[in-house]
Structure formats: structure tokens, C-alpha cells
Design a protein around this ligand. Structure first.
Ligand code: CA2
Length: 148
């Protein structure tokens, strides 16, 4: 049997607050619940997932730089940094790994400043506006790309 596909799931600033504040925008599902659902889906698909959330840009970049030693692909919700960070984009591009970008809300249906992503240009694809299920859809797409 071939090695399991391995995906690093990166969660950006403030996503640790999911389910506790602003439920009208981001829903009531917690980050732990999203991760439990992703872990179950990965197991069913014979893949492995590892999760990393940080409120610090440098910590996110450090973790992304380490990703190629273990991961075959990266699933990322860059949160607010996705609208501003060239460094996060550069770190993702430097891994050489396929990246799928996820947003819970539809960034194109919100304020103007959310309509641009520095990440999308180095991503395989983007899932935005579908809520927590977007993570599962993104994982399935990434695993199919990796040839699970
Ligand atoms: O829709 C998404 O997933 C976002 O990446 C979430 C970011 C936002 O800045 C992006 O424009 C779109 C915000 C993450 C913070 O999440 C919170 C959750 C609960 C309470 C406060 C913030």
C-alpha cells in the first residue's frame, strides 16, 4: 500500500475564537469541531492531517517553512493575513507544495478590503463562503489532486 497523503491545516489569526464570538458572521461551529470533522474525513480517505493555529504571522511562517519535511499539501485559512501578507504568500510559494485556500465567509460579498487575497495567486484553488463544510471540500480537492 502507498504512503498516506499528509496535509498540514493552517489556521490564521483569531480563528481560535470561532463559535464564541460573531456567530452571525462566522457561525457557531468551533475550531475544534472543524478539526474533528477534518480528522474524521481524512481517516475515511486514508490520509493524515495535522493542525496548526496561531495569532502570530511569524509563527505561521515558521510552521509553513517546516511543512515540506512532513506534508504533501497545505490547506490554509489565512484569516485577515490573507488580505495583507506578502510574507505568508512567499512562505507558501517557497514550500513548493500544493495549497488550497479556505474562507468560511464569502470574502467577495463583504467589505472591499476583503476582496483581495495575497494567497490565491499561489493556491491550487479557493473555497470561500461555504462555512465549515468548505474545509472538508477543500481537503477532498487537495487529496484528489495528490492522487489519494
Ligand atoms: O471567512 C473567513 O474564513 C475569514 O478568513 C475569516 C477572517 C477574516 O478576516 C477574513 O476576511 C475571512 C477572520 C477570522 C476571525 O474569526 C473570528 C471568529 C469569531 C470571532 C471573531 C473573529
Amino acid at each position: 500500500m502507498s504512503d498516506p497523503r499528509r496535509v498540514l491545516v493552517v489556521q490564521g489569526p483569531n480563528l481560535n475564537l470561532l463559535g464564541t464570538r460573531e456567530p452571525e458572521v462566522y457561525g457557531t461551529t468551533t475550531l475544534d469541531e472543524i478539526h474533528a470533522d477534518l480528522a474524521a474525513a481524512a481517516k475515511a480517505w486514508g490520509a493524515e492531517v495535522e493542525f496548526f493555529q496561531s495569532n502570530h504571522e511569524g509563527a505561521l511562517i515558521d510552521r509553513i517553512q517546516e511543512a515540506p519535511s512532513w506534508a504533501d499539501g497545505i490547506l490554509i485559512n489565512p484569516a485577515g493575513l490573507g488580505h495583507t501578507s506578502v510574507s505568508l504568500r512567499d512562505a507558501l510559494a517557497a514550500t513548493g507544495l500544493p495549497v488550497v485556500e479556505v474562507h468560511l465567509s464569502n470574502i467577495f460579498a463583504r467589505e472591499e478590503f476583503r476582496r483581495h487575497s495575497t494567497i490565491s495567486g499561489v493556491a491550487l484553488g479557493v473555497v470561500t463562503g461555504l462555512g465549515p463544510i468548505g474545509y472538508r471540500l477543500a481537503l477532498e480537492a487537495l487529496l484528489r489532486h495528490l492522487g489519494r
